[in-house]
Design a protein around this ligand. Sequence first.
Ligand SMILES: Nc1nc2c(ncn2[C@@H]2O[C@H](COP(=O)(O)OP(=O)(O)OP(=O)(O)O)[C@@H](O)[C@H]2O)c(=O)[nH]1
Length: 601
Amino acid sequence: MSDTDTHETETRSLRTPIVAVLGHVDHGKTSLLDKIRGSTVIEGEAGAITQHIGATAVPLDVVSKVAGKLVNPDDFDLPGLLFIDTPGHHSFTTLRSRGGALADIAILVVDVNDGFQPQTVEAINILKQSQTPFIVAANKIDTTPGWNPEMDAPVQQTYEAQSDRARSTLDSSLYELIGELSDAGFSADLYWRVQNFQNNIGVVPVSAETGEGVPDVLTVLMGLAQRYMREDMEIDVAGPGAGTVLEVKEEKGFGTTLDVVLYDGTVRADETIVVGGMNEPIVTDVRALLKPRPLAEIRTEDRFEKVDSIAAAAGVKIAAPNLDEAMAGAPVRVVRDREIEDVIEEVQAELAEVEVSTQEEGIVVKADTLGSLEAIVSTLEEEEIPVMRAEVGDVAPRDIRFATTAEEPKHRTILAFNVDVLADAADEAEQRDIRLFDSDVIYQLIEEYEEYVDEMERAQQQTVLDNITRPARFRILEDHVFRQNDPAVVGVEIMSGTVRNNSFVAKFEANEPKRVGTLKGIQEQGDDVDEARAGSRVSVAIDGPTVGRQIDEGDELWIELPEKHAKILEQELSEDIPGDELEALRMYLDKQRKRDPFWGK
Ligand SMILES: Nc1nc2c(ncn2[C@@H]2O[C@H](COP(=O)(O)OP(=O)(O)OP(=O)(O)O)[C@@H](O)[C@H]2O)c(=O)[nH]1
């Protein structure tokens, strides 16, 4: 970054890096965040950490106090760390900025006993996609058998103090985890062995319960940010603010408000802002900028305190008119001295960057935020599931009506992520036979849909198989003619396939099947049956031919296959029919194609 093009009016400054916490359910995301906040409250003087809307700021001096000798504040000029309060990759994907992830760094929490779980993999993929640097917190080390905790200690100190047995148990869990990271395409190691954090992921053993390793987590985050992100943290702090909507919330006395994470510039209490809306960008004037009141004053009537302005990086609540259609995950921009049209265009361009491509045929997806919508649609794309409409918002009757326009039955489906299904929409879905899936876990939503499609396809195939003529080859046994005609009754051996009653019987003459009659009865060991499988010997009644004329002892007979059925069997069902039946089909096709190479194609 050069200083030569810096405008004179600019006030360059380093902002706080934004940190997000991701990981599988119950691996300890919330506990770790609470521990970081809790220990910093204790260690720092009152008010040292500041509660923002949706985020917590931990200033550098607090980080260094907690981290003790691990951190030398003189090595750093970044002001601290801003932790997003809502953990989970859902909020991570929601939080975007200018096309990328809003979080500058992430902590991937993995239960050291549990290792990789589905949401760990999902989180890793999201981090990979957004190219967000991260560290791995190998959490719950205190549950290692024989562990002797030393509250809030740096991890190497407490590790050295453990028994050999506890150490080696922990080691093997850690190495397993490092192996899993490597399988996922990341070279990783215990953080104190990592030289280059750009190529290697640092693993920090930690306990959110005892605080062991928490100093290390803060140190590594701070070091990573300082070393690799410092330049990106340089902003014009007095410039027009830019941020991302974290949540759209109804707030008593303020109407609809926006919880915003500001990552650039400043927003003032009287400014005009542009916000991404469901239909078009919303232009509105800030009515109030709100911060949470300090903990000590939480009992007062209003939970919020009005401020005149707020600078990045920070979490803030914005009260303004006309915010009903604002979307979580959408950009927010302060207009200041720019043309409103230009800012609207900027917001539109950023919204257009959300890569949600739809097709003419496919399913309908509804999600609560732009980021989650993008994450779902990209996963669906990987799974080759086409999407016909992808929108932010609750499932409404018009979505149901739209879903009915899908041609394929398996696409007459709505996947709803973290949104409500309006009551009349649920009714309409039932009436119109539209399947609704809802979940707040992406992989579950998609897995459920795929299972449904599999089930549906199996059922469809079964119906097709039930209604299609199936090939079979059989032979009239010598000395087993029980009746010459009307109908002819003969003993046969079935060589391949399944012979069914009421099918047409054919005999090949010069590679051309000639229909000789209809199966009008099958007897197996004296009992009437509807069908008989390959390998069995049965007597059959064939209506039509006379033994000694159209058919004879030793003749090879076939169930006559309509050309259309032969084609479906070969092209679509060849994997679903038994091997001997497939063999009969191939032989039948070979004979036909000697005469007509395109038969059944
Ligand atoms: N012994 C021990 N228990 C822990 C630790 N971290 C978390 N737990 C426990 O594990 C459980 C899950 O922790 P949470 O922090 O709620 O996990 P989470 O990942 O935030 O879970 P969700 O918010 O449901 O996704 C809780 O019962 C915690 O008390 C740890 O380091 N050691």
